[in-house]
Design a protein around this ligand. Structure first.
Ligand code: SIN
Length: 292
């Protein structure tokens, strides 16, 4: 197995491994360390089926069954289908997943370590791949905050809410998202998360706030909270924190859901098919012990 960093703020390509084969402990730990170091890992030309894909994800932690999931692989509710494709007039997947800056599961009491996507179809126009996924480096974003703000916000929490992103997406023209049911709301109530969180792999602090789900800073005047969050979200937008993954069929992309925020770019039309399988890996293992 060879790890080839992109040389950018995030990202590495991992060659020489077939993820359909059992993952030896040594490689598992190397991948975990690489996830902390590079944030976004791409394994090219992977051909495994749905059960093997789920098994790969499960090696890194429990797999979440998304609270509002309508589209999943038959028999595998933990494997979501993200797609704009239709069959016999019926949608095959969630067609607008992740289209806005966010961190998956920041709205959940137990947070996620990673997302893993297996790319089946890439939309293309004139041979150029569309539908890239963008990431921003939240280790670097924390490091660069002014010391005065780090001190002011040390120990502070912010409230995150699943309904924020869901409702924003529902308001978009043509959205297929249904209103959340009271049962879905009850399963994922608003939760408080530390604004600065210690990363379980790198043991460094990251800025853990995102425009998709973060509502307000707890215990702070609402105007002040709004101003600080605006500042933090603008700060995250600095060009040097950005990395974009351009997809090829067969890519397995695994990204750190604690040390990055991400955004799926919707620059393709309904006639330009995109199809991804996705698992969300909860941070349910003792990662410090695993990478020690
Ligand atoms: C996601 O936010 O998990 C989806 C990203 C993508 O489809 O590019």
């Amino acid at each position: 197995m060879e790890i080839i960093p992109t040389g950018q703020t995030l990202g590495a390509r991992i060659e020489g491994i077939d993820l359909g084969e059992p993952l030896p402990d040594g490689n598992f730990r190397t991948i975990l360390r690489a996830l902390g170091a590079h944030g976004v890992l791409c394994f090219s030309r992977q051909t495994f089926d749905v059960p093997a894909f789920a098994a790969f994800g499960r090696r890194f932690g429990d797999l979440e069954i998304n609270v509002a999931n309508l589209f999943y692989a038959p028999g595998f509710p933990e494997v979501m289908i993200l797609s704009n494709m239709q069959e016999n007039g019926k949608p095959l997947g969630l067609n607008d997943a992740g289209q806005g800056w966010h961190t998956d599961m920041s709205y959940s009491h137990d947070v996620a370590l990673a997302n893993v996507l297996h790319c089946q179809r890439v939309p293309r126009r004139n041979g150029k791949p569309l539908g890239e996924t963008q990431f921003r480096n939240m280790h670097a974003a924390y490091d660069d905050l002014p010391d005065s703000l780090k001190h002011r916000l040390e120990g502070r929490t912010a409230t995150h809410d699943f309904a924020k992103f869901w409702e924003e997406m529902r308001q978009r023209p043509g959205s297929r998202r249904l209103p959340l049911t009271p049962e879905q709301r009850a399963k994922k109530p608003p939760v408080s998360q530390p604004l600065f969180r210690r990363h379980p792999i790198t043991d460094r602090l990251v800025l853990y706030a995102n425009p998709g789900y973060t509502m307000f800073i707890d215990g702070v005047d609402p105007n002040e909270s709004g101003e600080i969050l605006d500042f933090l979200f603008r700060h995250q937008e600095r060009a040097e924190y950005l990395y974009a993954h351009h997809w090829t069929e067969g890519d397995v992309l695994m990204w750190d859901n604690i040390g990055t925020v991400h955004n799926a770019v919707a620059d393709y039309t309904a006639d330009e098919p995109r199809y991804m399988r996705r698992v969300q890996v909860m941070a349910s293992l003792d990662y410090p012990a695993l990478v020690a």
